[in-house]
Design a protein around this ligand. Structure first.
Ligand SMILES: [Zn+2]
Length: 81
């Protein structure tokens, strides 16, 4: 039995529908009895949809850092997309 935090690292691929079938089955099986992961996945799915609705956004873990670096580099508060 895998731990929750291990399965949660699969969420992005699961939502992107690139998770291998056997892992998807294992994850879905886990979701059926784990409310914690179910809620987390639901939250991640909403975030995914928000990002998808903004074509200029880059959904990567260091997204915020990139924005901050850009602001810092420009020396202004303007974000130049
Ligand atoms: Zn879980």
């Amino acid at each position: 039995m895998r731990r929750c935090d291990e399965l949660q690292t699969w969420f992005a691929e699961y939502l992107g529908q690139v998770l291998p079938a056997h892992q998807r089955r294992e994850l879905e099986d886990h979701l059926s009895f784990c409310p914690t992961c179910s809620q987390l996945l639901a939250a991640e799915r909403r975030l995914d949809q928000l990002l998808a609705a903004q074509p200029l956004a880059t959904p990567s873990p260091d997204f915020t850092l990139q924005v901050l670096a850009r602001i810092h580099r420009d020396g202004t508060n303007r974000v130049d997309w």
